[in-house]
Unconditional design. Structure first.
Lengths: 66, 287
């Protein structure tokens, strides 16, 4: 499916501030052990709000490989 | 593997950055990278990466010049605008972007700010305004609100704060705007407009400092501070569609004011041109 995007985590850079999880409109993310993790990937609508507001560049969207 | 944007415009070996968890500065730095990226990618414009110079002063904010992979210079406290003025004069074709903090540009560098604004020097100044001196341990700054606490104001700040966007405008800047770290897309667009503006453009970006300002003032964590921005800083279009009673206590983000005052290096070039025509003898030779 062209144009599909998926979430990538750069866990080593995550400081666990929780901004991405708090403002995700579909509750895709959660904090686990002080780091962000993906709770329900199938709910993600690839809006990119997490990437825009992550101060640490620890979460972002990429185009899924064909 | 960091994102393509981070790979393109940041010095990966300097990352992760040293800012505290939830600090808004990382968001603003990314806004600047995205704004420049979108200007470079715009086929209607003719921007190259080498056209940009990033200049910073001292403070938490000013670490950004080290992380951003452009021709960049990390200068002395309060003097980023003075260094930037020199760079702009040496090559007026450059887009010189100053990344500074509320303390750096409105206290220690307050004079440089108002005089660069008065001259309408063709710089873009982006203030990472977190209402506190973070790097040195949470002393109150010129933008700490009246009554709020800081390590140097344990009983509440007696001063009234600067609105630095209004200060720059009052001093003669030809473009003044306000952004924040919740309304990211809006703030990126404001920064793009500021870079495209020919004269002195000032963007006061409200950051969040959960570690010092937030904790001292019981503002909650970074998420709570962003929620405050969401509810109290209103993008221009929505602000003006709100009934007047609802605007009370809220601030507008967006472009606050702009005009087309002549830009300083262009005016200076005219003086040089006029002198060349008279053989450098000036008015006396003509008389």
């Amino acid at each position: 499916m062209p144009g599909r995007k998926k979430l990538i985590l750069e866990s080593a850079w995550c400081k666990g501030c929780g901004i991405c999880a708090a403002f995700c409109p579909r509750q895709v993310l959660e904090l686990k052990g002080g780091k962000v993790s993906i709770k329900q990937a199938e709910q993600c609508v690839a809006c990119g709000m997490c990437e825009l507001r992550c101060p640490d560049y620890a979460i972002y969207l990429v185009n899924e490989e064909e | 593997m960091p994102s393509d944007l981070v790979h393109l415009y940041m010095r990966i070996d300097h990352l992760p950055q040293i800012w505290c968890p939830g600090c808004g500065n990382g968001v603003i730095m990314r806004d600047v990278a995205v704004a420049i990226h979108e200007l470079i990618e715009d086929p209607a414009l003719n921007f190259n990466r080498e056209d940009f110079v990033v200049v910073s002063g001292i403070g938490c904010s000013s670490r950004a010049a080290g992380y951003l992979d452009f021709n960049s210079i990390h200068t002395t406290h309060g003097r980023a605008i003075a260094f930037a003025t020199g760079i702009k004069f040496a090559n007026p074709k450059l887009h010189v972007i100053v990344l500074t903090g509320d303390g750096d540009c409105s206290a220690i560098g307050g004079n440089h700010l108002i005089h660069a604004a008065r001259r309408n020097m063709g710089l873009t100044v982006i203030a990472f305004n977190n209402n506190i001196y973070g790097m040195t341990g949470g002393q109150y700054s010129p933008t700490t609100p009246n009554g709020d606490r800081a390590t140097t104001a344990p009983y509440g700040n007696v001063d009234r704060p600067f609105d630095i966007a209004n200060l720059a405008w009052g001093a003669g800047a030809s473009f003044s705007a306000r952004g924040d770290v919740y309304h990211v897309r809006e703030t990126i667009d404001i920064i793009k407009q500021a870079i495209l503006h020919k004269g002195f453009s000032f963007v006061d970006v409200y950051s969040v400092c959960p570690t010092y300002y937030g904790r001292k003032n019981k503002k909650g964590d970074a998420v709570d501070m962003l929620k405050w921005q969401r509810d109290n800083l209103i993008p221009t279009a929505r602000y003006y569609s709100m009934p007047e009673g609802e605007r009370k206590g809220k601030k507008r983000i967006g472009i606050l004011a702009y005009n087309d005052y002549p830009e300083y290096t262009e005016e200076y070039a005219k003086v040089i041109e006029a002198c060349r025509k008279t053989g450098g003898e000036g008015e006396e030779a003509r008389e």
